[in-house]
Design a protein. Structure first.
Length: 288
């Protein structure tokens, strides 16, 4: 087994800000509607590249598909007059279609703000497929985030072609440790990745930064071989420990985080709404 550890300092995400941001997103989603499969914002504008293809909007069983316009498509698509929130089977000729064999389908399994959001994602592309599940418990006051997924990748060594993984973030434990310095019984963030020849487990332990109001996060990874090639894999991991550039990769991530996150957390709820749903540009006045 190989153990790697590194510490980074991250700009904090205040929990009240996260609660407000999730509230803005959910309010916008729940105030939208569908018409003939098109997803419409409260002001009637279409959500680009997204269609409801099965079920009722934001109800369990609703399936959304991301699509992109082909080069030859036009905007003169026909729509039916259905406004009950259900989708029509198929779209009019000349409508949008999935681009270049790439599709993403999102299925709503549960949508209850006081309890949980559960989504299933299936993505396919010429170089592979991905299936994943995401759960957010207590959306109005985030409590637990769980992610699981597996993929099949084409044109790679078979031992690496079917990775899988899962991640758990315990929100209360994270902010308690990160903001108050109280140690958690379990690591607030845990990620596990598995492929044919190796398994990796990553844990993150935050605490208040010593010199500013940021988070000091200790990230530890344990890597080990699997199956008949376990001894060979373990040896390879030890030999290539430095070229893995573990610390450099985390430092690059921290640098990007510390550039982008403060810009987001500086936005209040109304600013977030305007960023997500900008005001439509006024139509040009006709020439006299």
């Amino acid at each position: 087994m190989v153990r790697l550890a590194h510490t980074v300092v991250l700009a904090p995400v205040p929990r009240p800000w996260l609660v407000d941001a999730l509230g803005v997103l959910m309010d916008l989603a729940e105030s939208s509607r569908t018409e003939a499969g098109y997803v419409l914002l409260p002001d009637g504008r279409e959500v680009p590249d997204l269609r409801l293809v099965e079920g009722r909007h934001l109800r369990p069983g609703a399936v959304y598909e991301s699509v992109a316009k082909d080069a030859g498509d036009t905007d003169d698509t026909e729509r039916t007059d259905r406004t009950d929130g259900t989708s029509d089977a198929g779209y009019a000729k000349g409508d949008v279609r999935a681009a270049a064999g790439e599709t993403v389908r999102v299925t709503v399994e549960e949508w209850r703000r006081t309890r949980a959001l559960r989504l299933a994602v299936a993505a396919s592309a010429p170089d592979g497929v991905l299936s994943a599940h995401a759960v957010l418990r207590g959306p109005d006051r985030p409590d637990l985030v769980e992610l699981t997924g597996r993929a099949r990748i084409e044109n790679v060594w078979s031992a690496l072609s079917r990775p899988s993984g899962d991640a758990v973030l315990r929100c209360e434990d994270w902010w308690t440790a990160a903001d108050r310095g109280r140690p958690a019984r379990k690591a607030p963030l845990r990620v596990r990745l598995t492929c044919g020849i190796a398994r990796a487990e990553l844990v993150a332990l935050p605490r208040p930064a010593r010199e500013d109001d940021g988070w000091e996060v200790r990230v530890t990874a344990r890597l080990r071989g699997r199956g008949p090639l376990r001894p060979v894999t373990a040896l390879a991991l030890r030999l290539f420990r430095r070229p893995l550039a573990w610390g450099r990769g985390l430092d690059d991530f921290a640098a990007q985080w510390n550039t982008e996150v403060p810009q987001l957390t500086a936005l209040g709820p109304e600013d977030l709404r305007r960023e997500i749903q900008p005001e439509p540009e006024p139509e040009p006045e006709p020439d006299p």
